[in-house]
Ligand binder design. Structure first.
Ligand SMILES: Nc1ncnc2c1ncn2[C@@H]1O[C@H](COP(=O)(O)OP(=O)(O)OP(=O)(O)O)[C@@H](O)[C@H]1O
Ligand SMILES: [Mg+2]
Length: 342
C-alpha cells in the first residue's frame, strides 16, 4: 500500500549523503555533489552522475561539493541538493512536507547549525531537527549508550573526525577535528608532487589511499601504478608507488586524528574512562576502513579498537533508530561540545 513519508533522516556528509526512511531503511546513498548549468545555476545532476563531472566540466557547467569539512560551504547548492533528495525520496507533494532529521558534527558552530536547518526548511522540510553525529554513529553501531557507562565512538569521515564519549543517551565530551579522508588525499597529492614530480587529482589520490593505503607498515608491501602529469615535461606519466610511501605521506594527518582521540580520553571522567578501557573504542565512517588504522590506534592509545559493522552507514542507521524508537529529538538541538580545532 502507498504510504506517505512523514519522517526522513539524513546524514549530510562531506563526501556522501545517506537517507533513512523509517520502515524502509537506507533508501539513498549518493556522493554529495551537485552539477549546475552556468550562468543560470539550474541543477543538471546530483550524486554519482554529478561526481563523474567533477573536474571535467566545460565553461557552461559547474560540479560542486556544497558540504566542506562537515558544514555547508555553499548554501544555495546545499539547498538544491536537499530539495532534489526530498523530491526523489518523498515524491512531489506540496501539502504533506516531511519532518527531516539531520546529523551534524559535534564541533559545528551555531551559525553552521542554523545554515543546515535553513537549507532543509528551504528545501521543503516541515520541521528540521539536528542531532549530533557521534550519537547517531554510536546508536548505528549498536553501542549501549542508553545505560550508564562510557562508550567512545570515533566517526572518521571525509571532512571531519569526530570523537565523543557517550553515556545515558548523551554526549559527555565531544571533540572534532577537520582532518579526515580529504586531508589524507591532499597529503598523497602533495607527496606525489614533491617526491615524484607527478601532478594528480584528489580522486586519483583517494583511489590510491583506498587500495594500497595502510596505517602500519605491511610485511608484504603493496604496489600500484599512478597515472598523472609530469610536472617537468607537462606530459602524461605513470609512476609505481608502494604502500609504505603512502603510509608515510598520510602519517602526519593520522597522528593529528589520534591526538584528538587521546585528548578526549584525557578529559573523560575516571569512571567513564575505565569503562572505555574495558569496552574499547568503536570506529565508524569511511576512513575506519583504512588498512590497520584500528591496530595503530590500539597500539598508541592502549585501548582495544573495533571497526563498526557498516562503518559507512552507521550515522544514517543511528538516525533511523532515533526515528523508529521515538527518541525525543527536540533535546538534541543544543549541542554541548567544543568547536573544531585548527
Ligand atoms: N578503504 C578505505 N580506506 C581509507 N579511506 C576510505 C576507504 N574507503 C573510503 N574511504 C574514505 O572515506 C571517506 C568517506 O567516508 P564517509 O562517507 O563516512 O564520509 P562523509 O560522511 O561523507 O564525511 P563527513 O562525515 O566527514 O562529513 C572518503 O574520504 C573516502 O576516501
Ligand atoms: Mg560522515
Amino acid at each position: 500500500m502507498f504510504r506517505l513519508i512523514d519522517d526522513i533522516g539524513i546524514d549530510l556528509g562531506t563526501a556522501n549523503i545517506r537517507v533513512f526512511v523509517p520502515g524502509k531503511g537506507i533508501v539513498l546513498r549518493e556522493p554529495s555533489v551537485v552539477a549546475v548549468s552556468l550562468p543560470d545555476k539550474n541543477v543538471l545532476a546530483i550524486g554519482e552522475r554529478a561526481r563523474e563531472m567533477l573536474g571535467r566540466t566545460p565553461g557552461n557547467m559547474q560540479a560542486v561539493r556544497p558540504i566542506v569539512d562537515g558544514a555547508i560551504a555553499d548554501f544555495t547548492y546545499a539547498q538544491k541538493m536537499l530539495e532534489f533528495i526530498l523530491h526523489r525520496v518523498c515524491g512531489f507533494n506540496r501539502f504533506l512536507k516531511p519532518r527531516v532529521v539531520i546529523a551534524i558534527p559535534s564541533g559545528n558552530t551555531s551559525v553552521q547549525r542554523r545554515a543546515v536547518r535553513q537549507a532543509a526548511l528551504g528545501a521543503g522540510a516541515r520541521i528540521a531537527l539536528l542531532v549530533e553525529k557521534p550519537k547517531a554513529a554510536a546508536l548505528g553501531s549498536s553501542l549501549p549508550i542508553a545505560a550508564p557507562g562510557g562508550n567512545l565512538v570515533v566517526d572518521l569521515g571525509a571532512g571531519m573526525s569526530d570523537a565523543a564519549v557517550l553515556s545515558l543517551n548523551g554526549v559527555v565530551l565531544g571533540r572534532s577535528i577537520d582532518v579526515g579522508g580529504n586531508r589524507l588525499d591532499d597529503a598523497i597529492v602533495r607527496y606525489l608532487k614533491t617526491v615524484h614530480n607527478l601532478s594528480v587529482g584528489a580522486q586519483t589520490a583517494s583511489e590510491v589511499k583506498n587500495t594500497i593505503g595502510t596505517a602500519l607498515p605491511l610485511t608484504k608491501e603493496l604496489r600500484t601504478e599512478v597515472k598523472g602529469r609530469d610536472l617537468v615535461t607537462g606530459l602524461p606519466r605513470t609512476v609505481d608507488v608502494t604502500s609504505d610511501e603512502i603510509r608515510a605521506a598520510m602519517a602526519d594527518c593520522i597522528n593529528q586524528i589520534i591526538d584528538r582521540i587521546k585528548s578526549v580520553l584525557a578529559g573523560t571522567p575516571p569512571e567513564l574512562a575505565s569503562d572505555i578501557i574495558e569496552r574499547g573504542i568503536t570506529l565508524t565512517g569511511g576512513v575506519a576502513l583504512l588498512r590497520d588504522l584500528d591496530q595503530l590506534i590500539a597500539e598508541r592509545i592502549w585501548v582495544p579498537v573495533r571497526v563498526a559493522d557498516d562503518p559507512f552507514d552507521c550515522v544514517a542507521l543511528g538516525i533511523g533508530k532515533m526515528l523508529e524508537q521515538g527518541y525525543d529529538l527536540r533535546e538534541d538541538i543544543a549541542i554541548p561540545a567544543e568547536p573544531a580545532a585548527i
